[in-house]
Design a protein around this ligand. Structure first.
Ligand SMILES: CC(C)(COP(=O)([O-])OP(=O)([O-])OC[C@H]1O[C@@H](n2cnc3c(N)ncnc32)[C@H](O)[C@@H]1OP(=O)([O-])[O-])[C@@H](O)C(=O)NCCC(=O)NCCSC(=O)C[C@@](C)(O)CC(=O)[O-]
Length: 591
């Protein structure tokens, strides 16, 4: 049975080193932990994310800035990736996109237990890396792993590294030895294991021999690359049957030119392979194989293995695995950043699903409001901008109706103007249901962002950092009043028709102000400024809005506190006396 033979495959061992020490004048950079002695879970699958190296090296056009590469790697690691190819120490004349790998290594936010591998094609590449490590003795080290590479055919090897396979192996032997002596772990690559773009079908015996050479040199594992992406599951099976006669197969890399990348991975899983190279968004290609698309997309691999007997290993950032949704976001981000197509089928499906969900959310606005957002600029009366949004119905019979109401909503601390959309929707649905029996007529609705919330927070980001950090927040001390005055001022300026950006005159509107929490306090305070805003009514909401989990410990207490508060008085005068007796400025201003 295939499975019993597969499970007899011996897992490859790392080349380990002891703690940091100096050997023959050269430092050991990595204090590489020994692999756990516990029995390996045969269903754990490892992903090596090769997008930042194998993916980006093939990008045509402008050189990708170092900070984009750093950002890409940091994002990937924060999605749970624990093995990432960070770059190459190659000649920029040969692979221009890999220029700046030293800066990339220095710039990434290195996390423990993550391997940031770099490719070295020759001794010069390794020397450059070792010099960098010498100059930057960090903990954890800038990297603890290098990759060396060759091909299964002379034609490919000559095109890629200007030498035959045998010559390249001769070149890599001392490189690998030196890297191991310096405490780095070394991984090997064999390219074109199925089809060579120059010499056609590949002899799998040759793949076995070359892979064995790399293992004998000291590589802890060898990645077998279907570089051209023409392999099919049965090709992979045949190749593996041959290769594993000589070495334990541990790792495979697939390109996805014919769309068989994921199927090939399943074929390899059947043969006991548990580590796969993949690339976010399917980044990559093969310069020597016209039409070859990139690596198999990480998203596609993650999706295919979800809910299977296999478990993808990842860091705590991905919840112990690799977070597919985050990887998909990164795939879109980098594809859009590079102006390239995102070739991950799964990412496209995820985007389509999200679009459907968004549409559904929008359709919840069944009440059919048109909306428009405006940047409200109150300068010079007030230094920060706000963003306001208008909701109206195209066919509303109430535009010129003097009895109709204009609702003005202002949100609480930590929210934004869109907080109100479900409430607006519910309100309109109720009115629609009561059509003919309700005398409530809505002319239009406005919502507003506090200057440090929502869209306005983005617009004011710079100014906020220069000294407005503490505005429009909620606290229980006197500073909350000062903070609230800020929002009160901008509400007042907007509704008074001051400032620019919104060509709308609220004079003659029957304004109803609705404020939640901090917004309720600010709305109340806005009544204290001149000229007076003539609200026909204000509605102050103190309801708690929070996710259920958060509500558990405090929810009942807060709700019962709110419910027990007095909110009805026989007259305005009585209410005024009540608030004055409590020393409440919020309350007294309202009257
Ligand atoms: C290997 C060489 C250098 C031989 O190329 P060569 O021309 O025979 O080498 P050379 O020793 O005569 O050097 C030529 C020039 O390059 C410089 N040089 C030499 N080495 C370096 C270095 N490390 N870093 C920086 N500079 C270097 C060297 O100093 C010299 O500079 P010059 O005197 O002309 O100013 C060349 O062929 C080369 O760099 N090839 C790049 C191959 C490469 O990176 N390919 C992509 C990675 S492999 C891959 O993607 C496949 C894989 C791994 O993903 C698996 C799969 O999917 O198939």
């Amino acid at each position: 049975m295939i499975s019993s033979r597969i499970h007899n495959l011996k897992p490859l061992r790392w080349c380990t080193s002891g703690p940091f020490r100096v050997v023959a004048g050269r430092r050991h950079y990595a204090s590489i932990p020994k692999p756990p002695r516990a029995k390996l879970d045969e269903n754990v699958v490892n992903i090596v994310e090769v997008g930042p190296r194998d993916g980006l090296q093939n990008e045509k056009g402008a050189i990708i800035p170092v900070d984009v590469k750093i950002d890409l790697i940091n994002r990937l690691v924060r999605a749970g990736i624990t093995n990432v190819e960070a770059g190459s120490f190659v000649s920029p004349k040969w692979v221009p996109q890999m220029a700046g790998t030293a800066e990339v290594l220095k710039g990434i936010s290195r996390l423990p237990n993550v391997h940031y591998a770099v490719l070295v094609p020759n001794q010069k590449g390794l020397d450059d890396l070792l010099a960098l490590l010498d100059q930057n003795p960090t903990s954890p080290p800038l990297t603890d792993e290098v990759s060396v590479f060759t091909g299964a055919t002379d034609a490919f090897s000559k095109a890629n590294t200007n030498c035959t396979v045998a010559e390249s192996l001769d070149r890599l032997r001392p490189v690998t030895r030196n890297a191991l002596d310096s405490g780095l772990r070394v991984r090997g690559y064999v390219s074109v294991v199925i089809v060579c773009p120059f010499s056609g079908r590949v002899d799998y015996k040759r793949v076995r021999e070359v892979a064995k050479e790399l293992i004998d040199m000291g590589c802890y594992e060898v990645s077998l690359g279907d570089t051209v992406g023409q392999g099919r599951p049965h090709d992979i099976a045949e190749m593996l049957e041959e290769v594993k006669k000589g070495i334990p197969v541990s790792k495979l890399a697939f390109h996805d030119t014919y769309g068989t990348g994921v199927a090939n991975i399943f074929s390899a899983l059947e043969h006991g392979v548990r580590t796969f190279d993949s690339s976010v968004g399917g980044l990559g290609g093969c310069p020597y194989s016209p039409g070859a698309t990139g690596n198999v997309a990480t998203e596609d691999v993650l999706y295919a293995l979800q809910e299977s007997k296999y478990h993808i290993s990842g860091s705590s950032f991905g919840g112990g695995t690799i977070d597919l949704e985050k990887i998909s976001d990164i795939g879109w981000w980098i594809s859009e950043r590079l102006g390239r197509e995102n070739v991950s089928r799964v990412s496209r499906a995820i985007r389509a699903r999200r679009n459907r969900e968004d549409e559904k959310r929008l359709r919840i606005m069944t009440t059919g409001f048109l909306t428009q957002s405006f940047v409200f600029d109150p300068r010079p009366s007030y230094p920060l901008l706000s963003v306001v949004k208008r909701y109206w119905k195209q066919d509303s019979p109430y535009f010129d109706d003097l009895d109709a109401l204009t609702l003005f909503f202002i949100h609480g601390a930590g929210f934004h103007k869109e907080q109100w959309e479900p409430s607006i929707d519910d309100l309109q649905s109720i009115l629609d249901r009561k059509s003919g029996t309700s005398n409530v007529k809505i002319r239009e609705i406005w919502t507003m962002d506090a200057p440090n919330h929502g869209d306005a927070g983005v617009l004011n980001e710079h100014a906020l950092k220069l000294g407005y950090q503490h505005i429009c927040t909620f606290s229980y001390d006197a500073s909350s009043l000062v903070a609230a005055e800020e929002l009160a001022r901008i509400i007042h300026l907007f509704l008074s028709g001051l400032g620019t950006g919104v060509d709308h005159d609220f004079t003659g509107h029957n304004l109803v102000g609705i404020g939640h929490s901090m917004g309720a306090a600010c709305l109340t305070l806005s009544l204290g400024y001149y000229p007076k805003i003539n609200f026909v009514s204000i509605i102050l909401c103190e309801i708690i809005i929070a996710p259920g989990k958060f509500m558990l410990p405090l929810g009942d207490l807060l709700i019962s506190g709110t419910e027990s508060k007095r909110d009805i008085w026989a007259s305005k005068e009585e209410a005024y006396i009540f608030f004055k007796s409590k020393g409440s400025r919020f309350g007294t201003i309202a009257f």
